[in-house]
Structures are given as C-alpha cells and as structure tokens.
Design a protein around this ligand. Structure first.
Ligand SMILES: Nc1ncnc2c1ncn2[C@@H]1O[C@H](COP(=O)(O)OP(=O)(O)OP(=O)(O)O)[C@@H](O)[C@H]1O
Ligand SMILES: [Mg+2]
Length: 253
C-alpha cells in the first residue's frame, strides 16, 4: 500500500471524433470516500467515468490506481478494483436477473467466489433475489437500477463508478439508493458519483467537483461549495432542497 489515493485522474482529455468532451480534468478519490462529479448536461461527467472504466478511449492524461497507471482493458480495470454502473442502467432486458448478475461476474474466474457474490447481492437486494429468473426488462426502473448496481458489485470493486442512479425514480427508491451508497462507503468501497439530485449528492458526497464544458471549474468539500454562485448556477439551478431535476433532463418514466 502506498500513501497514494485510491484513484487519481491527472489532466484527462477525451474526445468523440473531433468533439472535445473532457478537457484536462484532474481529481482524486480516497479509499471509502464518496466523491461527486456534478454539472449541467453535456459537462463531461459521463465521459469522464467512461474513460476511467475503459468504456471509451482516453485521448491523453494519466489515471492512477493506488499510484499505478491504469490500463484500459476490461481485465486491467477489474484487477484494479473498478466497476461501473452506467448512465441509463443498461441492463440486458431479455436476459434474466441472474444472467445479468453473471455478466457482471464473467471475468471472475473463481466460480465459487462468483456464486458467493451472487448470494451476497441477493441478501443486499432482496427484490432481485425474488426475481432471479425474471427477464430484466420486466423490472421496474428502481429494480433495474438495483440490478445495474448489483451487476457492478459482482466484481467486488474497491471503487464504484455510479452514473445517475436515481434518474426517473420515486423518492422512496432514492432513499434506498442513498442508504446503499452510505453502506458501501462505510464498508470501505469508494464511490465516484454522478447524480442530478442535489438532495442526494449533498447528503452523501464528502467532496464535489463541478464540471462545465469538459473542465472542473470548482472543487472542494461539499459543505464549502454549496453556497457558491457557480454551484447555484451550474448544478443547483432551480433545484429546491427537495427537487430532483437540476439539469432539465426528463425522467424516462
Ligand atoms: N457518443 C457521443 N458522440 C459524440 N459526442 C458525444 C457522445 N457522448 C457525449 N458526447 C458529447 O460529449 C460532451 C460530454 O457529454 P457527457 O455525456 O459526458 O456529459 P454529461 O455531463 O454526462 O451530461 P448529462 O448530464 O447530460 O448526462 C457533450 O458535448 C456531448 O454532446
Ligand atoms: Mg451523463
């Protein structure tokens, strides 16, 4: 173990063809820490997560895990203890809940370990346990979100990249997700959270980075950033303390 943070992103640049989406982003996530990346639509939050988990090629920059450079293969990301619960959930709708969980664990060679983790997911998400043989497409939005997170957790990550987990979900489900984030963090799992609901973010995130136009424009402990003008303009917007639509995105249901 080094004194290095669990994750350190240095001067990351990512583009889609000629469109620059992330323009020199640097931040770190400590062990067990919940860190939020926030900002308006198109700020580059999802792209940053995708570059970390190797879902999208990096242009330039360095990503270090406990001080060692992270390669982009699925195996390297798994071995580094990083898992991604993507924006829009992306469960496989025609596959069963169990099969979705197995996809999450497909790189876990030890079958007994994979079975143990599945049992742990069923204990953590009883609603999934009751629906193991059901097609994922028949689940509610909240259940699909649980499945997306459980699928990511099947790899036993030290860092969970969690993109918009509460999108379109009822307040009661948002509460369940908040508790889950708090539990995971208490167990030592770090979380890099992208979340539109300020209610949730302000409660769980220790530190926040505000993105705009592919750059981080403001960083610091959550409590210190809340009162700032940039935060109001670029994240909290018209959001009261109870609203969950900061950036004008429509809920899918
Ligand atoms: N597949 C793509 N092809 C081309 N450009 C893209 C693609 N995905 C995203 N972009 C562009 O990259 C920029 C960053 O997008 P990104 O999805 O990372 O933003 P975001 O902060 O996650 O936004 P949102 O809050 O809407 O999810 C935007 O300008 C977006 O239009
Ligand atoms: Mg996004």
């Amino acid at each position: 173990m080094t004194g290095a943070p669990l994750l350190e992103v240095r001067d990351l640049h990512v583009s889609y063809g000629s469109v620059a989406a992330v323009n020199g982003v640097s931040f770190a996530v400590g062990r067990g820490q919940v860190v939020a990346l926030v900002g308006a639509n198109g700020a580059g939050k999802t792209t940053t997560l995708r570059a970390i988990s190797g879902m999208h090629a990096r242009g330039s920059g360095t990503i270090l895990v406990e001080g060692s450079p992270l390669k982009t293969s699925a195996r390297a990301v798994l071995d580094a203890g990083i898992a991604h619960s993507p924006e829009g959930r992306q469960v496989f709708p025609l596959m069963t809940v169990r099969e979705n969980l197995q996809v999450g664990a497909h790189l876990v060679k030890d079958r007994r370990l994979a079975a143990e983790r599945e049992a742990r997911m069923v204990a953590r998400f009883p609603v999934l346990g009751e629906r193991l043989a059901q097609s994922a497409g028949t689940l509610s939005g909240g259940e699909q979100q649980m499945l997306a997170m459980a699928r990511a957790l099947m790899t036993g990550p030290s860092l969970l990249l969690l993109d918009e987990p509460t999108m379109g979900l009822a307040p009661i489900v948002v509460g369940v997700i908040r508790e889950l984030i708090e539990q995971l963090s208490a167990e030592g799992t770090s979380i890099l959270l992208v979340e539109e609901s300020a209610d949730l973010t302000l409660r769980v995130a220790e530190e926040m980075h505000l993105m705009d136009g592919g750059r981080i424009v403001l960083s610091g402990p959550t409590g210190e950033l809340v009162g700032t003008e940039e935060m109001r303009r670029l994240y909290l917007g018209g959001q009261g303390t109870t609203s969950s639509t900061s950036n004008g995105k429509e809920s899918p249901q």
